[in-house]
Design a protein around this ligand. Structure first.
Ligand code: SAH
Length: 218
């Protein structure tokens, strides 16, 4: 069966949720969402046995599906409320998008690499996940046509905070972005009603680098 989610998968997922809980994820809504999304369906079949290990894995085009702990950590930092309009930069496999949708977010996501964009678009629709928008393009520029957003999450390492993303954030909004070249510091930026940006740092991570506008797939 192509989209089988067996008792075995569900059991492994339950264990994964326990594992990331032990690693410090406290938000029950985030843990519930991780418990619901069948991560094995976002990975190539040859990697199925790794789907519920807390590790990043290759998804093609030189990219990876983020480690479950990292997905949970970024999602927790976002403080998602039901109905929030969320922009994700770096659709990748589409897994993070689905975690956000399970929490009741309206998801707009953008991917820079066409094969991944096409694959995620098909997969999400096959699995019945309804993103508001899945776009192909340079997420460094955000998605101005659908702005402003309550929340923005960047899932590739950026060397600077894109001004366009700050602009596309609502007052009271939150941006979560890994910042740095080789390793990244997880930054959370809150935009206040008075347009003041409050920055916090939340530990060190390793992401694939954010691609510029002239990557060679165009
Ligand atoms: N959120 C993904 C993880 C993806 S890894 C998941 O859940 O699977 C980071 C992704 O960001 C890669 O797919 C990469 O191609 C994409 N990316 C890199 N630079 C980008 C850019 N400028 N705009 C949009 N996507 C970008």
């Amino acid at each position: 069966m192509k989209f089988e989610d067996s008792f075995k998968h569900k059991g492994l997922r339950k264990k994964l949720v326990e594992e990331i809980k032990n690693k410090g994820i406290e938000d029950e809504r985030v843990l519930d969402a991780i418990g619901k999304v069948p991560r094995h369906l976002f990975m190539d079949s040859s990697f199925l046995e790794f789907a519920y290990i807390d590790k990043a894995f290759p998804i093609g085009s030189g990219q990876t599906i983020s480690q479950p702990f990292t997905v949970a950590f970024q999602t927790q930092l976002l403080e998602i409320n039901k109905g929030d309009k969320v922009l994700e930069v770096g659709t990748g496999s589409g897994y993070q998008s689905c975690v956000l949708m399970e929490m009741g977010a309206k998801v707009y996501t953008i991917e820079r690499q066409k094969p991944l964009y096409l694959k995620a678009k098909t997969l999400l629709s096959d699995l019945g996940y309804k993103a508001r928008q899945i776009s192909y393009g340079d997420g460094y520029k955000g998605l101005p046509a659908w702005a402003p957003f309550d929340r923005i999450i960047v899932t590739a390492g950026a060397v600077e905070i894109p001004e366009s993303l700050i602009q596309q954030l609502k007052p009271g909004g939150i941006l979560v972005i890994p910042l740095g070249r080789d390793t990244q510091v997880m930054k959370r930026i809150r935009k206040t009603a008075g347009d003041i940006h409050i920055e916090e740092e939340h530990g060190s991570f390793r992401f694939v680098p954010m691609l510029g506008d002239k990557a060679n797939d165009r």
